[in-house]
Design a binder for this molecule. Structure first.
Ligand SMILES: [Zn+2]
Length: 519
C-alpha cells in the first residue's frame, strides 16, 4: 500500500494526466481500490499504449461513446457530457442535503475517507463546468456537516467532488427521476452517524432554560452576598436586596424579589430547583408541530411568489414559541429550518417523543385561484369525506416524490406502512375533537372552506397513537389569502387561534397520566 499523504494540498486541476497519483492526493487513499481505475489506464504505458487504453476505456463506457469521433454532433446529443441545471445545498442539524440537478441522469460512485473525514463522489459522464463550480459558493460556514467543497475533473468525463466534513457522516447518494419542475437529480444526503435523540433534546432544552433561570437568581444572590460584610438578619438582607435591585440594570426585578424571603441563601435554592424541574417533567405535554414541505419541496406557491414551505415554517415557529411559554408544554418541531423531511419521518419523530398531539401546518393551492378559506383535516382509513379532501390528501402525499425521498433507504417501507395502517379509531376520534376545537377558533378570524373537520388518507396523520390534524391555514393560490398569510399580524392571529384550540382540547381531554415519558 502506498502511503497516503497527510493533509493533502489539493490542486486537482493541474494534475489531470496523472490520475492515479491524483487520487491519492485528493482523497488520502491509495489509487488502487478506486472504482474507475480500470478506465484510467495511463499508469502502464509499455503494455498498454495510449490508443489501446482509449479503446479499452471507451468500450467500458458503452457502444454509443464509440461513435463520438465520427459523429460529434450526434454523440453530444446522446452521450455527451450532461449539463448541470442547478446545484442546491440544504443544511440542517438533522442532515445536510446537496442536490445536483442535470438534464440527464448522472451515474455516481461515492466513498468515505477518514483522517480527515471526507465524502468523495465521482460522477460519470460529466465535464467540469461553471454550474458545478457554483457548489463551492453554496456551502455556508455554519453548515453542520460540510467544512468545504472541492470539485475537479478527475478524468475525462469523470468529475470528482470532495466534501470535506466537520464530522463523520452516514451518506446516502441516490438519484431521482424528473418530477414536477425538476429535471434529473443526484442527491447527496449527509446524515449523522449517530441519530440525535429528540426527546433528550427536549429535556435538555427545558433543563437549560430552567438552569438559566436558576442561574440568574443565583447571580443576583451571589452579588448580594458579595455586598454583605457580615452575617445578616432576614430584615437587613431584604434591605440589601432592595438596594441590589436598584443597582444592577440587568437583574430582573422579580428574580431579586424572590431572594428576599429565604434567609442566607444557596442551599435552599439548590434543593428546591431539581424538585421543581422533576415534577414539571413528569407532567410535560409534548406537542409535535409539523410545518409542511421544506427543502426541495416548496409546497404551493402564491401568485406573487410566496412559498408555502416558508410561510408555514414562520407560523410553526410562532406557534412553538407561544406554546412553549407554558412551562408544562414543550414543542418538538419536525423541521425548524428549510429542509426536506419525508412524511414517514415526520410521523416517526412525533412518536419518538411520544407526542400528545401532532399538528401539521399547510397553506395550499387549489385548481382555481378563487378557492379560499381554512380547512382542518383528520385521518380517514375508509375513503375521503369529500372529493376535495381526497384531492388535498393526494397532493400532500406527493411531497415525498417532489422533496426527494431515498426509496432504497426505506427498506422497511412495507413494515412501516403496516404499522401506520394500524391507526386506531380512537386516534381518529381524538383527532376529530382536536380538529373541531381548532376549526372553531380559526372560524373566528378567517373564512372556513368547510364548517366541519374533513377526513382523508393523509400519510402524515398516520401515527396510530397520536391525535393528529392537518391545518390548511388558507389557500395561498388566492391573492387575498396570500396577502394575509404574508402579514405577520395575521400570522399572529392564526397562531393564537391554533394555540387556543389546542388549549381547549386539553382542557376537555387531559393528557393521560399513563403517558409518562421514560427519561
Ligand atoms: Zn401543503
Amino acid at each position: 500500500m502506498r502511503q497516503a499523504r497527510a493533509a493533502p494540498p489539493i490542486d486537482i486541476d493541474s494534475n489531470e494526466t496523472d490520475t492515479p497519483h491524483m487520487n491519492g492526493d485528493l482523497t488520502g487513499l491509495p489509487a488502487a481500490p478506486l472504482p474507475h481505475d480500470a478506465v484510467a489506464a495511463p499508469s502502464t504505458p509499455v503494455t498498454a499504449p495510449a490508443s489501446r487504453d482509449r479503446r479499452k476505456a471507451l468500450r467500458r463506457m458503452g457502444a454509443v461513446v464509440l461513435s463520438f469521433p465520427a459523429l460529434p454532433a450526434l454523440a453530444a446529443g446522446v452521450a455527451g457530457a450532461a449539463t448541470i441545471v442547478a446545484v442546491r445545498v440544504w443544511p440542517a442539524s438533522d442532515y445536510t442535503r446537496v442536490t445536483i440537478e442535470s438534464d440527464r441522469q448522472l451515474a455516481a460512485k461515492s466513498f468515505m475517507a477518514a483522517n480527515p473525514d471526507r465524502l468523495v463522489i465521482d460522477i460519470d459522464g460529466l465535464e467540469l463546468n461553471a454550474g458545478l463550480k457554483e457548489l463551492l459558493g453554496k456551502v455556508k460556514p455554519d453548515d453542520p456537516y460540510i467544512a468545504g467543497v472541492r470539485v475537479g475533473q478527475n478524468q475525462p468525463r469523470v468529475v470528482r467532488i470532495v466534501l470535506d466534513l466537520k464530522q463523520a457522516v452516514a451518506p446516502q447518494v441516490f438519484t431521482i427521476e424528473p418530477v414536477a419542475a425538476y429535471k434529473n437529480r443526484l442527491v447527496l444526503d449527509l446524515h449523522p452517524t449517530r441519530e440525535r435523540d429528540p426527546l433528550l433534546d427536549l429535556v435538555r432544552e427545558k433543563e437549560a432554560a430552567e438552569s438559566a433561570a436558576a442561574q440568574s437568581v443565583n447571580d443576583a444572590l451571589g452579588e448580594l452576598i458579595g455586598r454583605i460584610d457580615r452575617p445578616q438578619t432576614a430584615a437587613s438582607s431584604a434591605e440589601s436586596a432592595a438596594s441590589a435591585a436598584a443597582l444592577p440594570p440587568q437583574r430582573p426585578a422579580s428574580a431579586v424579589a424572590r431572594i428576599e424571603t429565604p434567609p442566607p441563601p444557596a442551599p435552599p435554592l439548590k434543593e428546591v430547583a431539581p424538585e421543581m424541574s422533576q415534577s414539571k417533567l413528569d407532567r410535560l405535554i409534548v406537542i409535535a408541530i409539523d410545518p409542511g414541505h421544506g427543502g426541495e419541496d416548496p409546497g404551493a406557491i402564491g401568485p406573487t411568489g410566496l412559498r408555502e414551505k416558508d410561510v408555514v415554517l414562520a407560523i410553526g415557529k410562532k406557534l412553538r414559541d407561544r406554546l412553549n411559554a407554558n412551562p408544562r408544554i414543550r414543542v418538538m418541531m419536525t423541521r425548524d429550518a428549510d429542509f426536506f423531511v419525508p412524511l414517514g419521518e415526520r410521523v416517526r419523530k412525533a412518536r419518538r417523543v411520544q407526542a400528545d398531539l401532532f399538528v401539521s401546518i399547510h397553506a395550499d393551492a387549489f385548481i382555481t385561484p378563487k378557492a379560499r378559506g381554512a380547512s382542518v383535516f383528520a385521518l380517514s382509513t375508509s375513503g375521503a369525506s369529500s372529493t376535495a379532501a381526497r384531492w388535498m390528501a393526494d397532493k400532500e402525499n406527493a411531497a415525498d416524490v417532489i422533496g426527494g425521498v431515498n426509496s432504497k433507504a426505506v427498506k422497511d417501507a412495507g413494515v412501516l406502512r403496516a404499522m401506520l395502517d394500524m391507526s386506531t379509531s380512537a386516534q381518529i376520534k381524538d383527532s376529530l375533537k382536536l380538529g373541531g376545537e381548532v376549526l372553531g377558533q380559526i372560524g373566528k378570524l378567517a373564512k372556513l372552506h368547510k364548517g366541519s373537520v374533513e377526513q382523508a388518507g393523509f400519510a402524515v396523520l398516520k401515527a396510530p397513537d397520536v391525535p393528529s390534524i392537518l391545518v390548511e391555514t388558507a389557500f395561498i393560490s388566492n391573492p387575498e389569502e396570500e396577502a394575509k398569510l404574508r402579514d405577520p399580524d395575521y400570522q399572529d392571529d392564526l397562531v393564537k387561534a391554533l394555540a387556543t384550540g389546542i388549549a381547549r382540547y386539553f382542557a376537555k381531554n387531559p393528557p393521560l397520566a399513563a403517558r409518562h415519558r421514560a427519561l
